[in-house]
Design a protein around this ligand. Structure first.
Ligand SMILES: NC(=O)NCCC[C@H](N)C(=O)O
Length: 410
């Protein structure tokens, strides 16, 4: 009998990964140039053909283990059911890239309207070049001043980090107000998928936090530790305000969720999300970048839960290990240090996402091949490590967990 898989269901970080959303890096990567690279959150310009080969190897590793891979581009295309939805998406993009204020707006709108659906979706991802549009005229002071800048609409080179724009928790999801203007438009796609995609709109998937909530939240900060508790990083990208509102909505919804554990991490680029320094690899094993722990393992951890009056109460903890044992009801846990905690290997491998593992089943993870010290250590702890090539993918500062958005885990 064929197994029926729900359209969204995630109550674990390590349960068998049944279905995952990826985005194969495309031309948006070739639209990185030295003058936009830093603003678009890249430290270098990756070589796309190699990057695509590496990404295909990542997808193949998932498929070989029985995970169904779904591509973002396809979901967006399938959501554009007619000309009205297409127009709505174009308008939203123009507005969010502030092009609705531009005198060339109607030419831009006409150009995007003229594209068929697959070309439009690609174009929105890759960015719109000034040279794409025949009738470009220097209409505004801004055009004259920025004549050398080749884009009307910037590319979205971070799209292959599908983890961050939205996150499935239980049978619902959060769609994020992303923290940087370089990435804000990415979560628009999810708004459209939930509104119009035939498979998603028909199911009743609650949105625990919507994209129009005014404070930032990104998926790399959300770890679904169990069917009772989620951990969220208070980070460079995720605000305490968004966490508190999400906790309020999730805990009051009457699901199995009872606790939200907010974990404060240093607000710096290398540690942009909680999953760049902390991931779950087995029922009782986690990776950690030792630098996030202060003296004697001290950290700022807050547990949010409902009291009898159904008000959210906050209590403080200071030790990650102890807090995890408490919320997961475990007698012992192991924190596996990235790079073995070595003064050289640890920061080097964290920089290339050594602690950013993707669990595809309990004790089975996908990692980047370049993080040799961390990978060997994981194996010593009894974890099965599936390595994928990473020379170019790693340049975007995200690893296998960042490059995947679990849709269904069992
Ligand atoms: N979850 C993650 O840590 N995602 C990696 C995002 C990297 C991307 N260049 C960014 O800065 O947002």
């Amino acid at each position: 009998m064929e197994k029926t898989v729900k359209s969204l269901h995630v109550t674990s970080e390590i349960g068998k990964l049944e279905r995952v959303l990826l985005h194969r890096p495309g031309k948006e990567i070739e639209h990185l140039i030295p003058s936009n690279m830093e603003r678009l959150l890249f430290d270098d310009i990756p070589f796309l053909p190699t990057m695509q080969k590496e990404h295909d190897a990542f997808a193949a590793a998932l498929q070989e283990r029985g995970t169904e891979v779904v591509y973002l581009e396809r979901l967006v295309e399938e959501s554009i059911l007619d000309e009205v939805v297409k127009g709505e998406l174009i308008e939203a993009f123009l507005k969010e890239s502030k092009n609705h204020l531009h005198k060339g707006y109607s030419i831009l709108r006409e150009y995007l309207d003229s594209l068929d659906t697959p070309s439009l979706v690609k174009k929105l991802m890759e960015g719109v070049l000034k040279k794409d549009i025949n009738h470009h005229q220097k209409l505004q002071l801004d055009d004259l001043i920025s004549a050398h800048y080749p884009f009307y609409i910037d590319p979205l080179p971070n799209l292959y980090f599908t983890r961050d724009a939205a996150a499935v928790i239980g049978e619902g999801l959060t769609i994020h107000k992303m923290s940087t203007s370089a990435r804000k438009r990415e979560s628009l796609f999810w708004e459209f998928i939930m509104k119009y995609h035939p498979n998603y709109r028909v199911h009743s998937h609650p949105q625990w936090l919507k994209r129009n909530y005014p404070f930032a939240l990104e998926g790399g900060d959300i770890l679904v530790l169990s069917d009772e508790v989620i951990a969220i990083g208070v980070s460079e990208r995720t605000s305490a305000r968004a966490i508190e509102q999400l906790a309020h909505n999730l805990l009051l919804a009457g699901t199995s969720y009872k606790r939200v554990m907010a974990v404060e991490i240093p607000k710096k680029r290398a540690f942009m999300h909680l999953d760049t320094v902390f991931t779950m690899v087995d029922r009782d094993k986690f990776t950690i970048h030792p630098e996030i722990e202060g003296l004697n393992g001290h950290m700022n951890i807050f547990i949010l839960e409902l009291d009898r009056e159904k008000e959210v109460q906050i209590s403080r903890r200071s030790n990650l290990s102890e807090a995890l044992k408490e919320v997961l009801h475990l007698p012992e846990i192991a924190l596996i240090p990235c790079g073995g905690g070595d003064t050289i290997f640890s920061p080097r491998e964290q920089w290339n996402d050594g602690s950013n593992t993707l669990a595809i089943a309990p004790g089975v993870v996908i990692t980047y091949d370049r993080n040799q010290v961390t990978n060997e250590l994981l194996a010593e702890y009894g974890i099965e490590v599936i390595e994928v090539p990473s020379a170019e993918l790693s340049r975007g500062r995200g690893g296998p967990r960042c490059m995947s958005m679990p849709l269904v885990r069992s």
